[in-house]
Each structure stands twice: as C-alpha cells, then as structure tokens.
Design a protein. Structure first.
Lengths: 447, 462
C-alpha cells in the first residue's frame, strides 16, 4: 500500500481548514505467529497493517483523529473530527519542529523474512523435547513462535520527517504438569533477533524444572519474611509501577514520586536506567513519538530520584527540557509518556549469594494479578504468588496460594542486594529488564 | 462494507487449496473518547477502525490473516495466500444466505448524534459531583468512550450476518489524599446502547459513590491476612465467578484439556446453592450482542445448575475439538484477532437470603463491597482478585473499613465453599482480556458468602 500520496493530500487539505500546524503519524507493523499443538501447527497468522493518525493545532489546542481507511474522500471526515476535538480541549499542546540532532542508530536486522519452516521446526523440536524430558508433562497450553516488526513515521508542517523500524522475535511456551492429581503450570519465554540465540535444551530444562519443582507445594504461615523476587517478577513490577516516573502523573497528583525529586527514594544499590539506545531493547529509537531526540538517563541513581520522564507538554509546565519520552502505543492513542527500555542495573551477587542471605524467607518465582492487585497511584500491591521457602540459605519446600503485599516505594528502599542474572521481559508500552533482587521484608499472607 | 458476491468469491478462493471452512470478518468502527483531568478536558480522539479478517480452517488447524486494504485484488490475493497453507484441492462453491434478525439492542441516541460539546456535559457533571464530595478528594479523572461497530460476518456454511453494535461507557476515578497517602474509588457504568444510557443511570449518584469509596478507603486501616469467611456483594462482585470459574469453562482451555473443568460435564463441581449462567441475549446489557463474532446467534447458556456442570462456552473450532455445538460464544476484540470462546454476561443466579441475613450470620470475616479486577490460571484454577472497598465483619455487624485486600484461592474449591446466596442479583460492566483481545463482558451475582478464602492484606488477623 502506498500512503505517500494520501499523506500529502491530507496535509494539503489542512490549508482549507483552520489548522495552523499539522502532523501525520504513521504506524506500520507486520507480525507472524504460529502456535503448535501436538506436533501440528494449529494456528498460523501473518499480517501487515497500517494506521494513520492526524493531529492539528487550532488556537494552540490540539485536535486528534485517526483512520485505518485510506481513501481521499474520507479526508474531510478526518480533519473535521480533529477540528471538533481541538475545540473542546482545555490544555495546550504544540507540534514540534524537531531536535537539533539525533543519535545515529542503525535499524536491527531481525529474522522476519527468514524461512518460516526453520522457525516452525525449532518450535516442533522444543515441543518434542518437553514431552521427552519428563513424563509428568500433561499438556502444553501455549507453544508460540512470533516475529514482530513495527515502524513509526512522523511528517509535519514544520518540516519534520522521521522514521525508524524495530523488530523482535520470541518463543513463549506454557506447560501443564500433573502427578497423582496435583497440577502445576509454568511458562517461559525467550526474546531474540537470531534463531541461534535459542538454546533448546536450556529452554526445556528451565521450563520443566520450574514446573515439577512445585509438586507438594503448600502455603506458609502469614507474617513478614525476607524475600527474593526472581528477575521476571521484578520486571513485571517495574513495568506496572513505571507510570509513577511519568511527569504527567506527577503534575496531575497521580504519582508516588510527587515532591520527591533529588530525594533518596530507593536503597543506594538501586540504579534504574531509561535507555532508548539499548541494543537488546525493543523500544530502541532515536526519536520519541513527538519527534524529539531520545536520551539515555538514569532515573534513579544510587537510590536518588534524578528525573521524571517528560514529553514537550510536561517539560514546558515544569520549565525543563523534554527527556524524549513522548509515547503513542499506536495511531489510536494520544501522545502520553512512557519509558523506552527501562531496567534495574544488575548487581554482582550470584543466585547462591542471594539465597545465603536468608535464614527463613521466600523465593518468589511468579506473581499474578498485577493489573488489579497493584495500585499505581497509592503504590500498594497485594499479589498472588508462588515460589519456595528458604531455610538457612537452601531451598526447603515449594510454596503456593500465598499473597505478597507491600508498597512500591517501601520496596525500593528495602532492596538490599541485586543479582547478576539480568534479563529483558516481553515488550509492552515500554521494554523492561531486571536481575533477581533481595528485599529486606514483605508481608506474606498464607495460613 | 463488501458486496455479497465479493464475500462469496473470497470464501471460494480461501477454500481453493484444501481448507474445509472459511470465514470473513469485516469491521468498520467509529470510536470516540474524551478524558477530563484536573477539571480540564485533557484529551479527545475520534477514529475509524477498519479491516478485514479472513480465517481458513482444516479440521482443527486454523490460518488467520487480516488487512486494512479492502481492494478486491488485495483481498483475493490474501485469501489465496491463506488457502495455500493447506495443500490438496477441495473445491466448493459458496452461496451465502443473509440472516434476518430482530435487533435486541436498538439504539435511540447514536454516539454520532451528539457533538463533542454535548458529550463533555456528562463528563463535567460527574467531575463536579465527585470533586465537591469531600475536601479529601484531590483528583478526579473522568473518561467517556463510545463506539458504533458495524460488522459483516460470512462463512462457507452459508452464514451471512450484518450486525451493528453501539456501546457507551463512563469511567469515574476519584483520588483521596491524606498525610502523603493516596487511595482511589471507581465507578464505570456502561451499556450496549446509545447515549440514552444517561437517561437510565444517575451520573451524580455514581460520581458520589466513586468519591465516597476513595474517602472511605483513605481513612481505612490495612486488611487482615489469613483464611476467613468472605462475603462478596452483588453486581461487580460477580467478577469472582468470572475469574475463578468462567475462564475455566471456556472451550478455549477446556478443549485442549487445559482446564480444571475439562471432562467434568454432568459432575457436581459446585455447592448446590450455585446456578451459573452466561447470557448474551439480555437487552442492552454490556456484554450482549445479537450475534457472536462468528455470526452465530448469542444464547442463554446455563453453565452450572444447582452445582452440576451443564455446559461450556463454545466457539466453532473448539466445538470441533469437543464434538459439541457452538454456544454463540465466539468473540474477538477486532478484525486483528481470530475469534475464540469468551464470556458475554456471566452471573450466579439468585438464592434465598437477603444481604442483611448473610452479614448477621457471620461472626468474623471480610465483607467485599466493591471488587476490583482479577485473573486466573485455568489449568490450576488459581485465581486472585482485589477488593476496592472492604470491611471487617464482627459479631454479625459491619465493624470498620479495610484497604488493600486481595483474595486468592482455587476455582474448584471456592465453588464448593459458597454457603449462602442472597436474592439481590444485579450486573455490572467490565473489560475482559484473553487470547482474542479485550472484549466487553458483563459480570454479576447476588450477595454471597464463601465459607473460607485466603485474604492477603498487611494487617494482623484479630
């Protein structure tokens, strides 16, 4: 589909309307996904899609609209909708003419176009190995291979013209194991840009061991315990609470970090970075969704909060420079704020060292319910969890049907040791990473 | 929208290489959303979602492709490509039969009939009420969203459906602050109808309730931890059944033996106090539709009757896997998703007690007056959900509010532990996320008591 003419025609028609400035944001994405079931591909998907967003300024107010229909006769609708929206806005917003310079970043070369049968064969191999590894594997409820490729393009009346593409591939598998009527599940994922990065044996070992080690799990007595949060668990928590770094939420009284700039908000071992250039990140980009240059920054440095994440609107309100964190998840969303690739910097402790710090405590392998059991405004969380009880530095028994509760601010202050098992999670609005962490204590509810 | 002859042509092309079933889903949807924060309109966006999804199935294997480009050549090319995934020709010729139907959800005031300024009035009314409710209210966020979705669904069995769905929803979040802490309250009324919604619901009352919840919670202590009886109130309290059991009764997980309720038909899986229903036909209810997204009429499906498992929620392809009929449960967020079995409006039916009787019969426990969301692992039945507004019950009376409670347990256990059910069934609105995207889902129940659940809080059990 050639959209260049359509874009030109829209921008040309804005001259007949009241827009003083205007901008087109184009989202192009491709995805390929297969799901395997009992040796057969039982779901296959391959798509290419486009979305186009318009925004235009009228009396310093911004009007938004979007479309997935690309026909010239609809241009009037697109512009009229944006005009009607500009007319009810109370907040001011500006179209950007561009930053002085942008980091030179080469686009990744992923494997979207690589022979599909190689990908399916890898998945088949994994499925086969899983069933061979342990006869307590009852079923595989998800066995997914996916390639995702997405591109952003910004063209505006202030002569800005930017585009950048990103791609990533991943395998996600979830297994069900059963022994004498007792059922457990475990899931595991691997992100990569080359098939060679996947070690099938290691993948299978990780997922099965994690599943079967849960046999015999029970709850524990309620109380406060020191806790190790596994890397994937803290990745999910960081992702959930990352909205608190947004200057927009701070200015609107919806952030825990309001009034805490330059204060010690975390233990001094904690360094949290937002890195739009991080090679393994899926949110790698030289510019943000408003066209401002992306920047590397340490959001929390040695436990001290050093910056909020800004777009142009919040930066203007706070009289600072934008941090290049303007974000649109796609053409349908307005400009907001999001981290790019955000991660807790890894420490030096290996896993044994983390465990050895605990006399009686918990290793949390998995939490559920972050979308409902964690409140981004108050920072409170109470999550369903499973893992292992640790006694004198050793894993003593599996634990399930417990909740871990606390407050994100207190958790940051209670991180006393950081592991070296760093990994990146599955990408969402931001792409988050972490190693496992040792937390002084959390409230555990069991029996 | 596409012509009948083009739809037939696409279906035939999609079956030209050996698939045994083909389906087209055409979606043309106008969406609109307006948000207010700090008393100011902060964002407004209007758009047109448009695309065509083509699905080809052979036995129980499926191919799904979609596109925004509805030019005939492109659609036929795409259908051919999807067809080519299955080998061996098996030519058919499709004749679609247009399905006439009575619209159960007629719209009086279409979203497009009101201009943005008129819509802002509803938002401001909610904002002003919540903002002035109490001096502890420090922030109010109000969002209004509406859409009208037109779909065409056609398949190689001759099904040809055109349906229109309009939905309107208002979200009111109030934030209360005290001594550096914040707590929130929420109300989110919505329906499968137009803006006549606001003739039926009282915006002022809803906004007050959101503010009241935030103010109550900011003054509340921490919820206790440990196992205790839990009374869950009606309306959105039904999220407990939705999470703990509803997902496990979707054919998506049942058919592949990934649910705790697989192979349990006709067995007693719940206390005999429990009758549970999924009903996509209730007029104007949030999760209702004339047809599901596979062109099958929605139904009232009794899932559990007096504790006995009667039926699952079934879509086309999982119907093949289970050798059972579709129950009109095939749903998807948009043309970007292949459909799968999902809930519509799911609720536990009325029992015999009153709310007051249940509270009076409880010596010590948690009263969950407003629930938040939750999630479940269908294979193990492990669920969790959070309580937005909770109270401690002592000696048969509501003692004091508590915050931060999470309820966890196993779906199969909780169904057996429901020991009192009231007679005040009512429904509420939610969004449900799963493998075919996020869809509007109604939840509901009368007030009921679970004899024992694990409550995860930060306070001591007294």
């Amino acid at each position: 589909m050639n959209l260049d003419n359509f874009i030109k025609n829209i921008l040309k028609k804005t001259e007949d309307k009241n827009f003083s400035e205007s901008e087109i944001y184009l989202n192009k994405s491709q995805n390929f996904e297969v799901r395997l079931y009992q040796g057969e591909v039982d779901y296959y998907e391959e798509n290419e899609e486009y979305g186009l967003a318009f925004r235009g300024e009228i009396n310093n107010k911004m009007g938004y609209s979007y479309t997935e229909k690309f026909s010239d006769e609809l241009i009037d609708d697109i512009l009229t909708r944006a005009e009607n929206n500009a007319n009810i806005m109370d907040e001011e917003e500006k179209i950007f003419s561009g930053s002085k310079s942008y980091k030179e970043l080469s686009e990744t070369k992923g494997i979207y176009s690589l022979d599909r049968t190689k990908k399916i064969d890898l998945l088949k191999k994994l499925e086969k190995k899983i069933f061979e590894y342990d006869d307590r594997v009852r079923s595989i409820n998800y066995c997914i291979y996916a390639d995702e490729k997405s591109g952003e393009e910004i063209v505006n009346s202030k002569d800005l013209n930017l585009n950048f593409k990103n791609d990533i591939s991943y395998i996600y598998i979830s297994v069900v194991v059963e022994d004498e009527g007792e059922v457990h599940t475990s899931s595991h994922y691997k992100l990569f840009r080359d098939l060679d990065e996947v070690d099938p044996d290691q993948f299978v070992k990780k997922i099965i061991e994690d599943a079967v080690r849960q046999f015999g799990a029970a709850d524990i007595k309620s109380g406060q315990y020191p806790v190790i949060l596994r890397n994937e668990v803290f990745i999910d928590m960081l992702s959930t609470f990352s909205s608190t770094f947004s200057a927009e939420n701070v200015q609107k009284g919806l952030s825990l970090f309001e009034g805490k700039m330059n204060e010690q908000v975390a233990n001094k071992v904690v360094n949290i970075v937002d890195d739009p250039f991080y090679a393994k990140g899926y949110r790698r980009t030289p510019f943000d969704s408003e066209g401002a240059a992306s920047k590397y920054k340490e959001v929390i440095k040695k436990g001290k909060l050093t910056t909020y994440l800004h777009n142009l609107k919040t930066a203007k309100k706070s009289s600072v420079q934008t941090t290049g964190n303007a974000y649109r998840s796609n053409h349908k969303s307005k400009i907001s704020i999001s981290p790019t690739n955000m991660y807790l910097k890894k420490g030096e402790a290996d896993f044994t060292k983390l465990k050895n710090q605990i006399e009686k405590g918990l290793l949390v392998e998995n939490v559920q319910g972050l979308h409902s059991g964690a409140n981004q405004v108050s920072g409170d969380f109470s999550l369903s969890a499973r893992g292992f009880f640790i006694e004198n530095g050793d894993i003593a028994k599996p634990v399930e049907q417990i909740t871990i509760s606390g407050n994100f601010l207190k958790l940051l202050k209670d991180i006393i040791l950081i592991g070296n098992d760093f990994k990146m999670g599955l990408p969402g609005s931001g792409h988050f990473g972490s190693a496992s962490i040792l937390v002084k204590n959390l409230d555990i509810s069991g029996s | 929208m596409l012509s009948k002859s083009l739809l037939e042509n696409i279906i035939d092309t999609a079956l030209s290489e050996g698939g045994d079933f083909a389906e087209i889903f055409v979606e043309d949807k106008i969406t609109n959303s307006i948000n207010l924060i700090n008393g100011k309109i902060d964002s407004a966006n209007t758009g047109n979602d448009y695309g065509v999804g083509i699905r080809v199935i052979k036995d129980t294997n499926e191919i799904y492709v979609y596109t925004n480009d509805d030019q005939k050549d492109n659609l036929l090319k795409l259908a051919k490509k999807a067809a080519g995934m299955f080998k061996k020709a098996d030519l058919k010729s499709s004749r679609l039969r247009f399905a006439d139907y009575d619209n159960l959800h007629p719209v009086k005031i279409y979203p497009a009939d009101l201009n943005q300024t008129e819509k802002v009035e509803f938002i401001r009314r909610a904002y002003l009420t919540a903002d002035q409710y109490d001096e502890l209210i420090t922030q109010v966020v109000v969002g209004l969203s509406d859409y009208t979705q037109n779909v065409q669904i056609a398949n190689s069995n001759g099904v040809f459906v055109e349906d229109e769905r309009s939905r309107v929803r208002l979200g009111i979040q109030a934030v209360a602050s005290l001594e550096g802490e914040k707590q929130t309250g929420f109300q989110g009324p919505g329906a499968h109808m137009g803006f006549e919604l606001f003739d039926q619901i009282d915006i002022t009352k809803r906004a007050e309730d959101a503010a009241r919840m935030a103010v109550t919670m900011i003054k509340a202590g921490h919820a206790p931890q440990g196992k205790m009886p839990v009374i869950i109130d009606n309306k959105f309290g039904g999220v407990i059944f939705h999470e703990a059991c509803g997902h496990g009764l979707e054919a998506t997980s049942v058919a592949k033996n990934n649910s705790v309720f697989s192979n349990k038909l006709k067995e007693k899986i719940a206390s005999e106090k429990v009758t549970a229903i999924d009903d996509g036909t209730i007029a104007h209810q949030w999760g209702s539709q004339n047809f599901d997204d596979e062109g099958h009429k929605t139904q009232r499906n009794v899932l559990i009757e007096r504790g006995i498992l009667k039926n699952y929620m079934i879509d086309f392809i999982n119907g093949r896997r289970l050798n059972m009929k579709s129950t009109g449960s095939g749903r998807r967020e948009s043309y970007r998703y292949a459909p799968t079995s999902r809930m519509t409006n799911t609720f536990i039916d009325n029992g015999e007690y009153s709310r007051e009787e249940i509270i009076a019969a409880t010596e010590f426990g948690l009263y969950a007056k407003h629930m938040g969301g939750g999630s479940v692992n269908p294979a193990t039945g492990d669920f969790n959900f959070n309580v937005r507004e909770g109270y401690i019950i002592k000696n048969g009376q509501i003692e004091k509010p508590v915050r931060g409670a999470t309820l966890i347990g196993k779906g199969a256990d909780i169904l057996k532990k429901i020991d009192m059910v009231a007679n005040n069934l009512d429904l509420a609105e939610g969004m449900c996320g799963s493998i075919s995207g996020s869809v509007p889902a109604g939840v509901g129940q009368p007030t009921l008591r679970v004899s024992e659940l694990t409550v995860g809080g930060r306070g001591e059990k007294e």
